[in-house]
Design a protein. Structure first.
Length: 341
């Protein structure tokens, strides 16, 4: 070929590199001995079976990203945990409906394909899928040199799950006097990072030299799938909420039935040091509560008689504890007390 001829590669898109990355992803799915392997990665679509254990299966689908937590990963050149975040953000939403995650797909758009970076990301995605018990069945990698600045990229995830019709968690299961439990978060999860980055910039904090802060900000999102699905199987919860963007209030409101109120005692919430550090930077309580999970990664609503049974399904680090109760009322949520920062 004449070297002067224009090619796709000269425009900034390397198809050969993308093909090699697809081969690497396919190799990940052959590691688990004794498990069913998906052989259609790299094809036009992914095919899987509906497990026979579901009598009246209903499909639940979710999609999400990890926001500007990507910028922290870019700054620190560390990409092995954000893939876990990506899976967590979708599968933690699936289980709110009572669904078991079945398959996961990813979308990565990037300025220029760098195999080492993409391998780190996909290994995290693969790990997240293993934790949540679903299969990475496909995805898309797009090299977009003019859309993204140098070294910039974005990722999105798509999860599909199944739930038996009689196991769907509906609002009408939630009753007066039910307890509201907080399941601890592993940190910020994947919310509020634009504000965190603003603080870092304003305070001129060199994150690369602060190992504790660096670790806290890249701590992957806790995946609650295994514990919550066991509780659903045992019929031990009446409702649950994934605490993501919008914080405790906006997410719990979504599951509270008409004429009921979630009464939450903020003084009961246990916060970790990362939230206390953020709070010290002249952030109001109101702003903290609507931007961050403040230490509450997931909420369970249960019959009071099931409290100790529920707690047994969690490790000590993530043991649920009572932060409120359901009452009658027209206001979906009511806060009492103050968080002890």
């Amino acid at each position: 070929m004449n070297k002067k001829n224009l090619t796709y590669k000269k425009s900034g898109v390397n198809i050969a590199a993308a093909d090699n990355f697809v081969k690497f992803i396919s190799s990940l799915n052959t590691k688990d001995k004794g498990k069913k392997k998906f052989s259609n990665i790299g094809g036009f679509g992914s095919i899987t079976n509906i497990p026979k254990t579901f009598k009246k299966p209903r499909i639940v689908a979710c999609t999400d990203g990890v926001g500007t937590k990507l910028e922290i990963a870019n700054l620190l050149n560390k990409f092995d945990t954000i893939g876990i975040d990506l899976v967590a953000m979708s599968v933690n939403d699936l289980i709110v409906q009572g669904a078991k995650p079945l398959i996961f797909l990813d979308y990565i758009s990037i300025n220029k394909i760098k195999i080492s970076k993409l391998k780190s990301i996909i290994k995290g995605i693969y790990k997240g899928c293993k934790i949540s018990g679903c299969e990475l069945v496909g995805g898309e990698t797009a090299e977009m040199p003019d859309t993204y600045e140098k070294n910039k990229f974005d990722i999105a995830g798509f999860a599909v799950g199944l739930v038996d019709e009689n196991k769907i968690l509906k609002k009408n299961k939630i009753k007066k006097n039910d307890l509201i439990l907080a399941v601890p978060s592993s940190g910020l999860h994947s919310n509020g990072y634009s504000l965190v980055r603003f603080i870092l910039k304003k305070k001129r904090i060199n994150l690369e030299r602060n190992n504790k802060l660096k670790k806290d900000l890249l701590e992957p999102t806790k995946i609650y799938v295994k514990e919550v699905l066991k509780l659903i199987t045992k019929d031990l919860i009446n409702g649950c909420a994934n605490i993501t963007g919008g914080g405790i209030a906006d997410n719990i409101k979504r599951i509270i039935p008409t004429n009921h109120t979630a009464e939450i005692n903020l003084s009961k919430i246990l916060t970790s040091k990362i939230f206390k550090w953020i709070k010290k930077n002249k952030i109001s309580d109101e702003e903290m509560l609507k931007t961050f999970n403040c230490g509450v990664g997931f909420c369970l609503i249960i019959n009071p008689k099931n409290l100790y049974k529920v707690q047994k399904f969690f490790t000590k680090k993530y043991k649920p504890y009572v932060i409120g109760r359901i009452s009658k009322g027209n206001k979906k949520i009511r806060f009492n007390g103050k968080i002890n920062w």
